[in-house]
Design a protein around this ligand. Structure first.
Ligand SMILES: Cc1ncc(COP(=O)(O)O)c(C=O)c1O
Length: 394
């Protein structure tokens, strides 16, 4: 079969719609000329298969209440099995509005107020908000940066899981922002520790489909039946297919009692309605979106290569090599800036709008997260500006 071609170089003006990444709300009123590399979505048009399916649904013209389309769960289970070797029982899948909603429901259902939820910073900042806003305690087990690569601190984890009021762990797999795709042995170690102490794992695997060549994402629940029963898996096509504003999410809960509790909570909160466009987009993504996703990952790998090659010649900035996600975690510590000076340097001197490292926890100070899922010429221009700014000296 000839590979399909998709145009990721196309310049699409996302200001034609209220895209957050490009919005004054995120960039500031004077931010129109910045390289928008903060919000975690892609600047690429969605897969033609998704656009065609949405168009067809739109033309139908009737948008009353709907059930889940028959093909959706089979498409999802086939995707998970074929791509990730994960054999999911369709009856274990529940729909959710979005992944953060799953985290919030899991926290409130399976822990009590004041209980600790373990996170491994630097980690996706919304984990902190979900925990705090639901009146649970943020318990940090920071990752260790060793020879340019982040690892879990298993000694620290062993102590934290042994504390009886630490009841849950939010796993980010692959890990936003440091780009680790956790290996089977790492996940097994985490699983053993958590199960030994009755700590429930909530596995946010929203970035699972996006891994670079040679890396393989292992769904936590695919480790085995025991791990699966001690896990709430969170999945969504939002990142993989760039459809965050027109999709919903899935949770996979193998434990019957927990799944029943989840279902009852969804019903209590009335978050169990279906959006026709979300259903259609998700079905098309999982059934027909594979070739587009592969091409997108290939293109993002090209952007990563450009970033890697450019930074290799820029003193003071180090790329933490991502194994997955379209997010690059850059280490600026050698420049010796205070965090607010770094943000100001990137914004004012290089015209970059990034996510500042300390948003991911104190260990992120001196780093920045940069979204590289954009047309290559835009990344290239941004890198030229960074090089010039650095050559002028901090
Ligand atoms: C790790 C992680 N989880 C969850 C989300 C948000 O997911 P949702 O929009 O489905 O709530 C993001 C978005 O950046 C993310 O990076």
């Amino acid at each position: 079969m000839t590979p399909q071609r998709f145009d990721f170089d196309e310049d699409i003006d996302r200001r034609d719609v209220p895209a957050l990444k490009w919005h004054p709300m995120v960039l500031g009123a004077d931010g129109a000329d910045l390289f928008p590399a903060g919000v975690a979505d892609m600047d690429f048009r969605a897969a033609p298969a998704i656009l065609d399916a949405l168009q067809e649904r739109l033309e139908h013209g009737v948008f009353g209440y709907e059930a889940v389309p028959e093909g959706l769960y089979p498409a999802l289970t086939h995707w998970l099995d074929e791509r990730h070797g994960w054999d999911v029982t369709p009856g274990h899948i529940l729909r959710a509005p979005n992944v953060l909603n799953i985290l919030a429901i899991a926290a409130t259902l399976f822990t009590n107020e004041g209980d600790g939820i373990i996170v491994q910073p630097p980690v996706f900042f919304d984990f902190f908000d979900v925990i705090a806003e639901n009146r649970r305690r943020i318990v940090e087990n920071p990752l260790i940066l060793r020879a340019g690569r982040y690892e879990m601190d298993f000694d620290g984890l062993e102590q934290l899981v042994a504390e009886p009021r630490n009841r849950m762990l939010f796993l980010c797999n692959p890990h936003n922002p440091v780009g680790r795709v956790w290996r089977v042995e790492e996940l097994q170690r985490l699983d053993a520790l958590c199960r030994r102490h009755g700590v429930l794992v909530v596995a946010d695997e929203i970035h699972g489909d996006i891994t670079f060549p040679g890396r393989r994402y292992t769904p936590f629940a695919a480790l085995g039946a025991k791990a699966a029963r001690n896990c709430i898996s969170c999945l969504s096509p939002a990142k993989s297919f760039n459809i965050a504003s027109c999709c919903s999410a899935f949770t996979i809960v193998a434990d019957d009692a927990r799944r029943a509790a989840f279902q009852a909570e969804n019903s209590r909160l009335t978050v169990n309605k279906n959006n026709a466009f979300a259903s259609v987009a998700m079905l098309a993504a999982y059934r027909d979106g594979g070739p587009w996703l592969e091409a997108a990952i290939n293109y993002i790998s090209g952007n990563l290569a450009l970033l890697r090659a450019t930074l290799a010649n820029l003193p003071g900035v180090t790329l933490i090599e991502p194994e997955g996600t379209f997010l690059a975690w850059l280490d600026f510590r050698a420049l010796g800036f205070e965090p607010e000076e770094l943000t100001a340097f990137l914004r004012n001197d290089a015209a970059w709008a990034v996510t500042r490292g300390e948003a991911f926890g104190p260990s992120g100070a001196g780093f920045a997260r940069v979204n590289i899922a954009c047309p290559r010429h835009r990344l290239s221009a941004a890198l030229d500006r960074l090089a010039k700014a650095l050559s002028r000296g901090p």
